[in-house]
Design a protein around this ligand. Sequence first.
Ligand code: SAM
Length: 256
Amino acid sequence: MKPKKSLGQHFLTNGASAARIVEAAQIGKEDWVVEIGPGRGALTGFLLAQADRVIAIEIDEKLCDLLAAQFGSQLKLVSEDVRRVNLPALVAPRDKAILVGNLPYHITGALIGQITDARGVWKRAVIAVQREVGQRMIAQPGSKTYGVLSIATQVRCTARRLFDLPPAHFFPAPKVHSSVLMLDFEAPSAYDIADEKRLFGVVRAAFQQRRKMVRNALAHVVDEEILRSAKVDGHARPETISIAGYERICRALATR
Ligand code: SAM
């Protein structure tokens, strides 16, 4: 069966890398595991060797037939577009789950939002993404890749890069390298965010004009007094302001 580019299908063909991803997820026999985009089952077989309860969400019906034939009733298959699956509802009646996935490239950004938004249901997630996306997720203030995705990821979990995978480990080989990331949802958060919606509103507005000074980029939201009470230098660029700095701006706005 020909891989479908429109579904971001790059199948992992290197068994050692598949085993390494699953090992990194530290799965116990009793754990619930959710796999996004099982494809031809490169990770699924290893997951089922670790845990009895694996739920896999795959949009491609042909692949679902293949997976059902290969793994039988051992695998709980959800033949759906993951973006339409209510992840908390899928997992909530059970214990917290471990998420594993070599994510489809064409919708990675949206999926990371969906996964981290459902943070209450995960112990951890081990995901393979394009290396550049991984860099953005873990980027720190001052780096060119620091932005909305970095902040959205880091306020919801503790993210770190585990290792990279070269294009040759996939079929068809993608144009870019991939990174495997660990998202830990159980580690205590470094941030105490009072109002996430407000924070993301401010952060999105700031990064829409990331080359400007923050007092100009956020001119419609903040004034000098807000920036002063938040102890944020109005001349600084949005990409140099820490998450804590953005949170202070939001708290100052909330007292208005
Ligand atoms: N896990 C397999 C592997 O590592 O070889 C496949 C990974 S491939 C990068 C991504 C998989 O996600 C494909 O099987 C694709 O069909 C599936 N997929 C793409 N879009 C999806 C969606 N919206 N919902 C669920 N699965 C999707």
